[in-house]
Design a binder for this molecule. Structure first.
Ligand SMILES: [Zn+2]
Length: 371
């Protein structure tokens, strides 16, 4: 199959879908925002390269942190929480590399899935969290691996499997919020055909599709995660990517109403929030104490430009969405929108809510100073 035939629009010499990059003829006022109005705590970043190409104690890793620290000020980023922290063996080196920056960087721990089938895992993992906390971890990151990747005798392990109960409990006892990514966007659970709103993205990343095979329905994953939050009311949960249901804020509102220990974070969901600006604004007003700022930013060591330019431009899309009433602008700095072919609208949050979303809600979760 040629690349061209993937896109089904090449007959008669027509341009292909990837070649189609229309320029908007709309003339409306634009108000780009270079710096966030208040100091930002980004609760969802990945330092040292997402696949740990740069370890924190390597020259590349040290150079990356130094470069990111310099660039943070230009966007008014105060603190980045690294979610790719690993376990009590990897965290000490990470903490050491972050120490010279005086609180600019924090790190989360991650469960050790490869031990999940071993006898005694439940207690081991709970004890391991105490060690991570002692080494300076501020949160526990749980990837979509749980629910969509981790298998035992070939079968997917359920998110609410009882063996993890001591881990969720220990996280609460040690004041480590759970930053949990469950499922994925709705379009990743439907066939990737001409009706799929994220068709091009799934063509680029077919491994992101969870349609078919033995994958559970997305709603089942959400419900299993919600049962975990219900069973551990003293543990704070931060549902990443607006709980992976930013397409349906009424549904997410129901979760927030039912589970007072649940919060959400907005990384990589501007494309969803910004195409329903009136609904989104009401959502931010109603849950202003429970929404945190996050981006899923990655920083590739050694690739100073254009990677750093793009990262800053990415942050500025978030600021523009949250702070302005701008209309019909890009949710990401790329020629073709990465998730779906639409644009977004700003929700112009008042200062009081901006302060909470940019800073104070995360500050409360991680024991930092409010503004
Ligand atoms: Zn992430």
């Amino acid at each position: 199959m040629t690349r061209r035939s993937f896109f089904q629009v090449s007959a008669g010499g027509a341009i292909t879908l990837p070649e189609f990059q229309p320029k908007s003829m709309l003339h409306v006022a634009g108000h780009p925002v270079a710096r966030a109005k208040f100091p930002v705590i980004d609760v969802h970043t990945h330092l040292f390269g997402i696949g740990r190409k740069a370890t924190p104690d390597s020259p590349e890793g040290r150079a990356e942190l130094a470069q990111v620290a310099r660039d943070m000020d230009s966007c008014n980023l105060q603190t980045l929480v690294n979610l790719t922290g690993g376990n009590s063996e990897t965290i000490p080196a990470i903490r050491k590399s972050m120490e010279p920056y005086g609180g600019k960087f924090l790190t989360a721990a991650e469960p050790v899935w490869k031990r999940a089938s071993e006898p005694g895992y439940a207690q081991w993992q709970a004890d391991e969290l105490a060690k991570c906390k002692a080494e300076g971890a501020v949160a526990l990151k749980v990837l979509k691996t749980l629910g969509l990747g981790l298998r035992e005798s070939g079968k997917l392990v359920k998110i609410d499997d009882a063996r993890f109960d001591p881990m969720w409990e220990a996280a609460g006892a040690h004041n480590l919020p759970i930053e949990i990514h469950t499922g994925d966007p709705g379009a990743f659970f439907t066939p990737n055909d001409r009706f799929n709103e994220r068709y091009e993205e799934l063509k680029r990343h077919p491994e992101w599709s969870f349609y078919g095979r033995d994958y559970p329905k997305r709603g089942e994953l959400h419900e299993a995660r919600n049962r975990v939050a219900a069973r551990h009311p003293k543990t704070k949960f931060i549902y990443l990517h607006v709980g992976n249901d930013a397409e349906d804020l009424a549904e997410v509102s129901g979760w927030l109403d039912r589970y007072p220990n649940v919060n959400v974070e907005i990384a990589a969901r501007l494309g969803e929030l910004g195409r329903q600006p009136r609904t989104a604004r009401k959502f931010f007003e109603r849950y202003q104490d429970r929404i945190m700022f996050g981006t899923d930013a990655t920083f590739d060591a050694g690739k100073e430009y254009p990677q750093q330019d793009l990262t800053q431009a990415m942050y500025r899309c978030y600021f523009r969405f949250l702070e302005t009433e701008d209309e019909y602008f890009d949710y990401a700095p790329s020629a073709v929108p990465p998730q779906g072919r639409w644009k977004i609208y700003g929700i112009a949050l008042p200062e009081l809510i901006l302060k909470k979303v940019y800073h104070n809600n995360a500050a409360r979760a991680f024991g930092l100073k409010p503004i």
